[in-house]
Write a protein that binds this ligand. Structure first.
Ligand SMILES: *[C@@H]1O[C@H](CO)[C@@H](O)[C@H](O)[C@H]1NC(C)=O
Length: 507
């Protein structure tokens, strides 16, 4: 079935609620949960692990974290492999997405020294999952750069591409016999914009208007190097696939004016186009309208060059097409205006470069995180847009989730509403012919939420961060997610009889 045809034929809307219940996910659709190393592992300096940028920042600059906490112990997953896999079995997951800690595997960041204890930990986790047919989906980099590499410039240094390739080789050699789905980078926007172009993720460089663009170029080249390494040296014998995960929230126009549509397009280019366009577009390179805007502003501001670097033709050709699938982390949406709801931004900066306003309707359900509301049908809006733009690649939703405060406890009804809305929106997306193959919730369990510490919690399982065992307890949403996975449908009448979890036969 040709995508363009399918998309134009299907109008998605307005089934009666009774009909909706019968809509079903395909049997080979992969359902799972996601986590990341620094947010759950703990054991920050055990068994030879090296220091990473989050260790360094939380220890040397603790006041940047709202509750002055850190990931030293976190959910202590380093010592809870069996319990973590037991939770996956309780939920009936097909897959589990986790990340590898670069400095646990290569303590100096370089491939001169491999830490066998780190390799053993991930081997144990992978093998325990495979015992129960739970497929590993493994991210090589989820924000925890070895501190030594940061001191050499991190993603502002083009050599990051070679260092990352060396690390990827060690990873593919050690785990590629059993891991068939690889994600190089998790959320380039959060690495580059939040870490280099502002100050909301480590290394909080705040090189506004410059850091984001340098990092973006070096990161996509690093991704392509790891992709071709896998493709050329491992794929034939290991038979897996290698992609990248980009955060794609939905940015739609506030009104149907041409100005608002263009403003929304600029915001999409700034948010995800910077990373998606070089890899997934036919032409390659950075998004054109954004590049033109940054060049123009840079000239006005007296820079002798555009703050956004260019790709050489050779680099463009190397990066474009370098992915087997498009991983999407999707949480929410914003409405974008050319003239209304404008905010002040530092000059220069990414958001000053685009100069658009953003708006969230007050009726959208609000989570514990100020940035996270339930934006209607936003998975469908985002994925059909990407599919049209990039010739319908294979998609996986590699994160999607909802936060509560610690006081919510186990009765997380808002999270249940959010997940049911996500499932509806995914079914709309599948009916439109989008090549969506799987879905991972964020997150299996509560974890260290970066600068927000332990004040915003995303887990299907609550973690008791005051108990030495870091006891995990399923929330109500865990039972609802389990039932949706079991039936591959959305049953709005389902209510768990009790919050006692068991493992179903066959898991
Ligand atoms: C970040 O840099 C901008 C200038 O680009 C400045 O206005 C802002 O105060 C800086 N923030 C911090 C926390 O240093």
């Amino acid at each position: 079935m040709k995508f363009a045809v399918a998309l134009s034929l299907v109008a998605v809307c307005c089934h009666a609620a009774t009909v909706k219940h019968e809509r079903r996910f395909p049997d080979d659709f992969i359902f799972g949960c996601a986590t990341a190393a620094y947010q759950i592992e703990g054991a920050w300096n055990e068994d030879g692990k090296g220091e990473n940028i989050w260790d360094y920042m939380t220890h040397n600059n603790p006041t940047v974290i709202v509750d002055q906490s850190n990931g030293d112990v976190a959910a202590d997953s380093y010592h809870n492999v069996e319990r973590d896999v037991e939770m996956m079995r309780e939920l009936g997951l097909d897959a589990y997405r986790f990340s590898l800690s670069w400095s646990r595997i290569l303590p100096t960041g370089f491939a001169n020294e491999v830490n066998q204890a780190g390799i053993n930990y991930y081997n144990n986790l992978i093998n325990e999952m495979l015992k129960y047919n739970i497929q590993p989906l493994v991210t090589l980099y989820h924000w925890d750069l070895p501190q030594r590499l940061q001191e050499l410039g991190g993603f502002a240094n083009p050599l990051i591409a070679d260092w990352f390739e060396d690390y990827a080789r060690v990873v593919f050699e050690n785990f590629g016999d059993r891991v068939k789905l690889w994600i190089t980078f998790n959320e380039p926007r959060e690495i580059c914009y939040e870490g280099y172009g502002s100050n909301t993720k480590a290394p909080i460089l705040n090189a506004t208007g410059v850091g984001t663009y340098l990092c973006a170029k070096h990161l996509v080249i690093a991704h392509a190097k790891a992709y071709y390494l896998y493709n050329n040296e491992f794929k034939a014998s290991q038979g897996g696939e290698c992609g990248i995960t980009i955060s794609v929230n939905w940015f739609g126009p506030l009104t149907d004016s041409e100005e608002d549509e263009f403003a929304a397009e600029l915001r999409r280019q700034a948010e995800w186009g910077l990373y998606a366009e070089p890899i997934f577009s036919a032409e390659g390179g950075f998004p054109k309208e954004l590049a033109a805007r940054v060049a123009e502003k840079s000239a006005q501001q007296g820079y002798p060059w555009s703050r956004m670097p260019e790709f050489t033709e050779e680099e463009k050709n190397f990066v474009r097409g370098a992915s087997d699938f498009f991983g999407v982390n999707h949480y929410t949406g914003l409405l974008i205006s050319a003239t209304e709801h404008m905010q002040q931004h530092p000059v220069p900066s990414l958001l000053d470069d685009i100069g658009v306003g953003s708006y969230v309707p007050p009726e959208w359900l609000q989570s514990a995180s100020p940035w996270l509301t339930l934006s209607p049908n936003s998975i469908y809006n985002a994925l059909t847009h990407l599919a049209r733009k990039y010739n319908n690649p294979v998609f996986y939703i590699t994160e999607n989730g909802w936060s509560n405060t610690p006081s919510t406890g186990l009765q997380d009804d808002d999270r249940i509403s959010y997940y049911r809305a996500s499932f509806e929106s995914m079914l709309n997306t599948l009916e439109a012919g989008v090549n969506l193959k799987g879905y991972m919730t964020w997150s299996l369990m509560d974890n260290f939420e970066w600068l927000l510490g332990y004040t915003e919690l995303f887990g299907l399982y609550e973690v008791d961060f005051n108990s030495p065992e870091r006891t995990r307890t399923p929330r109500k949403s865990a039972f609802v997610y389990k039932e949706m996975l079991r039936t591959r449908t959305i049953d709005y009448s389902y209510e768990p009889q009790s919050l006692v979890m068991t493992i179903d036969e066959g898991h």
